[in-house]
Design a protein around this ligand. Sequence first.
Ligand SMILES: [Zn+2]
Length: 274
Amino acid sequence: MSYFDNIPVEFYVFCSAVFGAALGSFYHVCVVRIPEERSIVSPPSSCPVCGEAIPWYNNIPILSYFFLGAACPYCKTPIPARYVIFEALTAAAFMGVTARFGFSTATLVYLLFVSDLLIISGIDWDHQYIPDELNIPMSFIALGLGALAQYTGAFPLLMVQTFWDALIGLAVGGGLIWSIRAIGTMVFQQEAMGFGDVKLMAFLGGFLGWQEALLCIFLAALTGSAAGLGLKLTGKLEKYGKIPFGPYLALGAYLCLMFGPEFLNWYLEPFRGM
Ligand SMILES: [Zn+2]
């Protein structure tokens, strides 16, 4: 029993929402600036139209958007809704992780994991590519965490508990997307998916383990095709051109993190003892 056990989990969930909204605001800056190879810390935020710097009291995540009536206070240019959507998404994603893993080392790890996924999804959504610096180091972090969990016991709630499980997850996730990509490229005579998706799925597998990696790819294919079909039916597919797969892999990974073990238990139950 430690002092922290007396604090209800709702308190941590609330804190993570505030923390998530503030970080979400910063992550959106990363989404915009990383592809332009601009610094993510300076200069501070300013209105892209009139160039007026945005003081802190007008830069409160989520709330300022509504206080300012969704427009720049100086030149009245409308602020795109994606700012507030991205902040709210980050806050919600953080709340989910904290509600599930409580006050633990796993929560810290998965908040980092989810943060990387949000920035990757934003950039892939805008530019149809995933920067290597957000992709490749994560595979090494997954392997390192597997080894730390195995030899120190400091991460008892992580979904992957050994170095080898991380490595197998990495190989299965990356290998499967690589194969789908190779077959797709052969059949359609054009690049079916970016190599960034292969590297992304490799580290997702390293964080989730191979079984959850399979579920993640399945969920990504399902939600991705649903979105594609929706765009086709509403005649918007031409406008968007290519649908990036990264955000759907990220969504699949998040669903696995939240519900994966329970889902696989339920799904595999009838096959036990056969
Ligand atoms: Zn302005």
